[in-house]
Design a protein around this ligand. Structure first.
Ligand code: GLU
Length: 411
């Protein structure tokens, strides 16, 4: 199933609950603007390379549009469109004053040198700088992009528009960034996992967890959960999975990956398994924290975890979702589970505009409060309406956006 179809399916489910008219549904499913730009550069070996860059601005009923920039070979318009609309529901669910957007370039960043990565970023800004800005659309990191990429992005944007740190978030702390932004998505995933366990009456120290993906989100999630005394028994990245029933020493694995340019390849202190095997391990909690669409109708029947926490965007398709729900698997949906990133981005943006910066403790405190409130609201809605956490989260998000749209009017 294509990504946009997945998001549309979950949206329609919420729209049914809210009894939204077909006309309003059509409006809420249609992007405000979708652009595709040519990104051409001379590679280090003097060859000319041309890539396609996308920016989809989905909805701005609740504020400027906000969302990450993804560098991945599989990026296409359908995926970016789906991810942009997820940002709209996500921002509404955590009650930050943003609409949704997303962008990306269809490129494998690992195949580029640092200079090429910088050039590709600057060329992309050249193509879209007129369409974005602190009050219009604010990019941020996503899969394959880092704080360093955001620094280049800001610098190139400022060549056209002058000093504008709030034009992009997820910047390095030394360059108008926010302490705690980098860890925020993983910290949020960890925090919400612990909250969910507490609501379910389960003790964290009895929980075995498998995490797919060991990038920014996966590593910070793993660190948080290990500190919360959960046993991280499996981790993985593009090089494969690594399983240790007695528990992996997360900091040791992070140090190993850092020394090898971010890859776990050959990690010696665990048994090598495949990414597919990791998803099907006999664990209590499964956390997909890599790409979307990894749990489908074909592997869902073999999943053993009773709890799935969607750290990645859109990792479970609707067929798999139905199979898992039928079986009683509890799913913490992406728009709640990974909302820590955009929430911390909001703090960064707000502070850039005031030339004031919070310290790490304040960032963590405010983040924990914002996510905690969204979790309680979602949990309560699901209990009262006897529905899944996904249905609850989408219904709250979609209802806030549709309400703002109607209040704003159409003339
Ligand atoms: N890329 C992240 C997400 O999918 C963060 C977006 C942001 O900070 O704007 O939520």
């Amino acid at each position: 199933m294509r990504f946009f179809e997945t998001v549309q399916h979950y949206f329609n489910d919420a729209a049914d609950r809210l009894q939204l008219s077909d006309d309003l549904r059509r409006l809420l499913l249609t992007s405000e603007r979708e652009v595709q730009v040519q990104v051409s550069l001379e590679l280090d070996d003097r060859r000319l390379a041309t890539f396609i860059g996308y920016r989809v601005q989905h909805n701005r009923a609740r504020g400027p549009m906000k969302g990450g920039l993804r560098y991945h070979p599989e990026v296409d318009l359908d995926e970016v469109r789906a991810l942009a609309s997820l940002m709209t529901w996500k921002s509404a669910l955590v009650e930050i004053p943003y609409g949704g957007a997303k962008g990306g370039i269809a490129v494998d960043p690992r195949a580029l040198s640092r200079r090429e990565l910088e050039l590709i970023t600057r060329k992309f800004v050249d193509g879209i700088h007129d369409l974005i800005g602190p009050d219009i659309d604010i990019p941020a990191p996503d899969m394959g992009t880092t704080a360093e990429v955001m620094a280049w992005f800001m610098n190139q944007y400022e060549k056209y528009h002058g000093f504008s740190p709030a034009a992009v978030t997820g910047k390095p702390v030394e360059l108008h960034g926010l302490p705690g932004r980098e860890e925020a998505t993983g910290r949020g995933v960890g925090l919400l996992t612990v909250k969910l366990l507490s609501r379910l009456g389960r003790r964290p120290d009895k929980m075995r967890v498998a995490i797919q993906g060991f990038g920014n989100v996966g590593t910070h999630t793993a660190k948080f959960l290990q500190e919360a005394e959960m046993k991280v028994v499996a981790i993985s990245d593009a090089s494969g999975g690594y399983y240790r029933p007695e528990g992996i020493d997360v900091m040791n694995a992070v140090r190993y990956a850092v020394q090898r340019n971010g890859s776990l390849e050959g990690y010696p202190d665990a048994e090598p398994i495949s990414n597919r095997e990791l998803l099907e391990l006999d664990v209590d909690v499964l956390i997909p924290a890599a790409i979307g669409g990894v749990i489908t109708g074909s592997n869902a029947p073999r999943l053993k975890a009773g709890i799935v926490v969607e750290a990645a965007n859109s990792p479970v398709d609707p067929t798999a979702n139905a199979i898992l729900e039928e079986r009683g698997t509890i799913i913490l949906p992406d728009i709640l589970a990974n909302a820590g990133g955009v929430t911390a981005s909001y703090f960064e943006w707000a502070q850039n505009r005031q030339f004031y910066r919070w310290g790490l403790n304040r960032v963590r405190q405010e983040l924990d409060r914002a996510l905690g409130d969204a979790f309680e609201r979602t949990w309560q809605y699901a209990q009262e309406n006897k529905c899944s956490l996904r249905q609850a989260a989408y219904t709250i998000g979609v209802s806030r956006v549709s309400r703002a749209t109607l209040l704003g009017g159409f003339v």
